[in-house]
Design a protein around this ligand. Structure first.
Ligand code: 3EB
Length: 345
């Protein structure tokens, strides 16, 4: 595997080109739904179903993933729907589904089998890049990654550069093959607490490329200074899809490159909402005019005891919100207590 980003010299993405209107794709429909996974998968044009927290019986369908973060309210699934027909399959540790426009993929790598978290991340990303490089859409087009979610156990374990999140960042950068993609996509990286040392990565690609969006209030993650680790995190603040939907990365109380309001979750939440406003404005007038209300939000919260206050605060600040899902998880900097990502559904 080529060592692409051995230091934290800014890891600049390849420039993305903008998408002509005629190149657009149909929208991906994303909703939080209460239901039975088997029935959700059986609905027409279901590209993926995502479940949250521990449970017993899950469908053995390549389109189903379960994230090991406990939800504050159980029974909800995230359902991605596209155009018909959907085909799916498996390739080594990876599974995928596609409607000819979009490609959903998920991979799980056991850390002890890989050796460590670095190796697991490198393997996961190399596998994703191989899938993308080998997949042809209906029109023969190659895929472009639009969005990635990363979940790993004990993300804050280890001191300084030995923190597991920093090792994950290093493996991820090494596994990414730039020829498989253009620029960085939006991402989320959150810590589980179930003791299962299995790195889980899932994501979305499409037959047309998206546009990376950066946040004017924040230093781009790929140019974070050395103090945050030897290899900068390789993600964009958001991706605008070829269908014009905004895929928002995990967004926290970071201004410039510094964490703000250590120890104050609600102040971090307000700072995060200001970051989201500024990101939406940067994504363009059509996305900005629909506002945060049109974005299906996922809130990652460190402290279970704060869930009620956070939900109340959010419902008050965003009364017209289309969907909120609160999950308990660890944010990748130990001074951050809350993070929010989202999909314009
Ligand atoms: C931040 O702003 C918060 O490593 O993929 C947010 C989203 C964060 C994605 C990642 C990390 C990642 O730096 C952390």
């Amino acid at each position: 595997m080529p060592r692409l980003h051995p230091t934290n010299t800014p890891v600049r993405p390849i420039e993305t080109t903008s998408i002509a209107a005629t190149d657009s794709l149909p929208s991906l429909q994303v909703n939080y739904v209460k239901g039975i996974p088997g029935e959700l998968l059986a609905m027409p044009a279901t590209l993926a179903v995502i479940g949250f927290g521990e449970t017993h019986q899950d469908p053995q369908d390549p389109r189903f993933v379960r994230v090991g973060l406990e939800p504050i309210e159980s029974g909800w699934f995230e359902v991605w729907r596209c155009a018909e027909p959907v085909t799916c399959g498996r390739q080594d540790a990876l599974r995928w589904s596609s409607d000819g426009h979009y490609l959903f993929f998920a991979v799980e790598i056991d850390e002890s089998e890989a050796g460590d978290i670095d190796a697991a991340a490198e393997q996961a990303y190399a596998a994703i890049c191989r899938l993308i490089a080998g997949h042809r859409f209906a029109d023969g087009a190659l895929g472009h990654i639009l969005r990635l979610w990363n979940y790993l156990d004990a993300i804050n374990e280890g001191e300084g550069d030995n923190e597991r999140y920093r090792h994950f960042c290093s493996g991820r950068a090494h596994g990414l093959n730039p020829s498989a993609r253009n620029g960085y996509s939006a991402a989320t990286a959150i810590g589980c607490r179930n003791g299962r040392r299995v790195l889980q990565v899932y994501g979305l690609a499409a037959r047309k490329e998206g546009v990376a969006v950066e946040n004017p209030r924040q230093v781009s993650a790929w140019s974070y200074p050395r103090q945050y680790g030897p290899v900068a995190p390789t993600f964009a603040r958001a991706t605008r899809t070829p269908a014009g939907q905004l895929l928002v990365s995990g967004t926290a109380s970071v201004v410039g490159h510094q964490s703000q309001h250590a120890g104050d979750t609600l102040a971090q939440l307000d700072e995060t909402l200001r970051n989201l406003d500024s990101l939406l404005a940067a994504a363009g007038p059509r996305i900005a005019s629909r506002g945060i209300d049109a974005i299906l939000l996922k809130i990652y919260l460190r402290e279970p005891a704060e869930a009620k206050a956070v939900e109340q605060h959010l419902r008050q600040r965003l009364p017209g919100q289309v969907g909120l899902l609160i999950l308990l998880g660890d944010i990748c900097r130990s001074d951050l207590r809350i993070e929010i990502d989202g999909i314009q559904g």
